[in-house]
Structures are given as structure tokens and as C-alpha cells.
Write a protein that binds this ligand. Structure first.
Ligand SMILES: *Cc1c(COP(=O)(O)O)cnc(C)c1O
Length: 372
């Protein structure tokens, strides 16, 4: 009763919610203007075989390569989502067997998908309380190691140093990183990984419906060799076909033209702001939120091992207080996510994406600190 009164009162003020929820991303602050311009310029009804589209494709991929400092031998392709990309990674880059570091729900899904595609897979679990396994041993016939950089269900992140160490220990296997919930924040050493993918609706603050897949030349060679051996690598979105079209700055299918346009524009804005500034701000926002959780009487960080604490998604263990805290935040115009799966009623999850300002985070933390 109290809850509904509070939210009605808030709704009556008509102020927009400050949105820290994971599944309803807050848009990057320039998106509205770019979208208006896209409408004016006819981008929403552009042919995907036109010169104008090819220019957009080229600008977006070039801007992304600069923003992420991708080495020269990396290629960028557009997918419909990160889940699609997982399937494409397995089809194009796994000849025999994949090994999956399972640190949360999406890396578990990636592992299961291998089975659904009839590819044997090996899993290594990351224990949220015990921390990272000292040495990981992979089956000798494993030709790919899949790692999720940041998991949105539990807020676990695998440190970049650890990923680099895995490559040093297993130089022959391809390393594929799911960075759906973290790029552009992490500074990966792209010489120590072979493939990375993300979705634009998380840290890029864009409308959903576009995934990005970056692969190096070793991945291209692998897909090519598998194709020659007659191993199925998928159809329209296999790496060879993607490469064929990308060489002309095109996509095989009729793609999400406006999504690719908006991504190019927002990446340009991020380049102007500077990735270093974005990373520092992300660190600051994460630090004040973890600090608030560490000292709060009603909740604590779910991930206790500091080296595993994700920066772009923070999960709080609230025991029986989750619903009370969530409703109190809502009454003050702040939206957060419930816990995931069986923890729906006990955890709260906070997105710390590029679109969330320092001031919004300071307000979130002050508000949390007032809840006792
Ligand atoms: C969100 C997310 C996905 C799924 O992204 P879609 O765009 O919904 O396919 C996959 N992996 C991770 C780590 C994510 O955070």
C-alpha cells in the first residue's frame, strides 16, 4: 500500500526516473540529437546497398577500431545481439572442443550452447567466494577458451591480467571474450585475445538490436580452414561471408542501419570525451557505490573478493530488505534491477554504464545512505 502511494506520488511529478536498471538502458546523452538528425537525413529509410550506407559502415567500424585501440589485423562485423555472436563464435572458431570459464549466467549459457550445437565443451567454474582458480588446465584438444569479462547476474568480473595469463599458458587456443556488459571500459590487451563481442544497449547507451563482433586474422584463418575441411560454419553470418561483404563496407543481410549509424556517432562522442576520462569516471562511480555497500547496515556487496568485483555492474546482497530498498529508491525517482533468477527477492543490481553521470551516482549513493 505504502509502496503504491509513493510511486503514484512520484509519477505525478512527471520527472523521468533515473534509471540504473540493467535491462532498460539509460540512453547516452547525445542519442536523442543523433536520432533526430538521422530522421532528417533519411537514414531510417536508407538502402543498405547505397554509397551512403557504405560510408556509415566504414565510419562506424573505423571509429570503433580507434576507440578500442584494436590492432590492424582486427575485423569488425555487426550481429543482431551478443547471444547470436556466441553461436557464431562456436560455429566459426571451434573445430573440436571449447573450454568455458563459467563465472555467471551468460558464460554458463555460452557453455550450454556448445552442447546444443553438438560441440563437446569443457567447463571450469569460478567460485564467487574462493576467487580465481590458480592454474586452469584445459583439455589438449580444446581449440577455444571462452571467458565472460563481466557477468550481469552476479557482478563478477574476470581481471584483464588473468585473461592475459591464460593466453600465455595456452598460446595455441583462441581466446574469445564476452564483453557485452563492459566495453568500452576494460583495457584489454588485444594481442592476448583473438575475439571480443558486445551489445550496444549496455555500456554504449544505445537502443537494443545490434551486436558487435571483432575478430583477428587467426580467427579468419580458422574459419577458412574449417570451411575447406567441410565443417559447417553457419550460413549468412559465417566469418567468410561477413568478410566478403565487409570488404565492400556492407553486411550480408539487411542490417540495423540506424543502429550502426547511432553507434558510429556515439563512439565519435566518446572519442572526443576520451576513453581515459570515461574509465576514470566509471572507476569513481563504482568506488563510491562499493564504499556505500561496504558500510551499509542493510546490504553488502555480493562479490567479496575485490579482484572479482565488476565495475560496470554492481550487485548488492540485501537479504530480506531488497524489496523495501528498491521501493524506497523508486519513491525518490531511482530505478534499479531486482536480483537474477532465484535471487530475485534478495539482491539488487545497479548498472554503472557510460550514460550514468557522476552526479547521478552521487545521488544514488546519498539516497542509499539515507535508507536505514
Ligand atoms: C547482456 C549480455 C549478453 C546478452 O546480450 P544480448 O544483446 O541480449 O544478446 C551476453 N553476455 C553478457 C555478459 C551480457 O551482459
Amino acid at each position: 500500500m505504502l509502496t503504491s502511494t509513493l510511486s503514484t506520488t512520484f509519477a505525478a511529478t512527471m520527472a523521468p526516473l533515473i534509471n540504473f536498471a540493467l535491462a532498460q538502458p539509460q540512453l547516452y546523452f547525445t542519442v536523442q540529437d543523433h536520432l533526430k538528425k538521422a530522421l532528417r537525413e533519411g537514414i531510417l529509410s536508407l538502402s543498405h546497398r547505397s554509397n551512403q550506407f557504405e560510408k556509415i559502415f566504414r565510419e562506424t567500424t573505423e571509429n570503433l577500431k580507434v576507440l578500442l585501440s584494436l590492432p590492424d589485423d582486427y575485423h569488425i562485423y555487426f550481429m543482431s545481439s551478443s547471444l547470436e555472436t556466441m553461436e557464431r563464435v562456436l560455429q566459426n572458431l571451434v573445430r573440436v572442443k571449447s573450454t568455458h570459464l563459467v563465472s555467471g549466467a551468460y558464460s554458463k549459457r555460452f557453455y550450454e550452447m556448445a552442447g546444443e550445437l553438438n560441440k563437446p565443451a569443457h567447463r571450469i567454474d569460478v567460485d564467487i567466494d574462493k576467487g580465481l582458480p590458480e592454474n586452469i588446465v584445459i583439455p589438449p584438444d580444446s581449440d577455444l577458451i571462452a571467458i565472460s569479462h563481466t557477468e550481469p547476474d552476479n557482478g563478477v568480473s574476470i581481471p584483464v591480467d588473468y585473461i592475459n595469463k591464460i593466453k600465455d599458458q595456452h598460446p595455441k587456443a583462441l581466446i574469445a571474450i564476452d564483453a557485452a556488459s563492459s566495453l568500452p571500459y576494460p583495457s584489454f590487451d588485444y594481442f592476448k585475445i583473438d575475439s571480443v563481442f558486445f551489445s550496444v544497449q549496455k555500456c554504449f547507451g544505445l537502443p537494443a538490436g545490434l551486436g558487435v563482433w571483432a575478430v583477428n586474422e587467426k580467427c579468419m584463418d580458422k574459419a577458412s580452414a574449417m570451411y575447406q575441411e567441410g565443417i559447417p560454419i553457419g550460413s549468412y553470418h559465417n566469418l567468410l561471408n561477413l568478410h566478403h561483404y565487409a570488404a565492400k563496407n556492407q553486411a550480408p543481410e539487411t542490417p540495423n542501419v540506424v543502429g550502426i549509424y547511432l553507434l558510429g556517432k556515439v563512439v565519435q562522442d566518446m572519442l572526443q570525451r576520451g576513453l581515459l576520462a570515461i574509465r576514470r569516471e566509471t572507476d569513481y562511480k563504482a568506488a563510491i557505490l562499493y564504499q556505500a555497500l561496504n558500510t551499509h547496515p542493510l546490504m553488502k556487496p555480493l562479490v567479496k573478493q575485490r579482484e572479482l568485483q565488476a565495475k560496470t555492474i554492481v550487485v548488492a546482497d540485501c537479504g530480506d530488505n531488497a524489496s523495501f530498498i528498491k521501493q524506497t529508491l523508486l519513491s525518490k525517482g531511482i530505478q534499479v534491477s531486482n536480483g537474477y533468477g532465484q535471487n530475485e527477492q534478495r539482491h539488487l543490481r545497479f548498472a554503472n554504464f557510460t550514460a550514468h553521470s557522476k552526479e547521478q551516482f552521487e545521488l544514488l549513493v546519498d539516497t542509499l545512505n539515507e535508507i536505514r
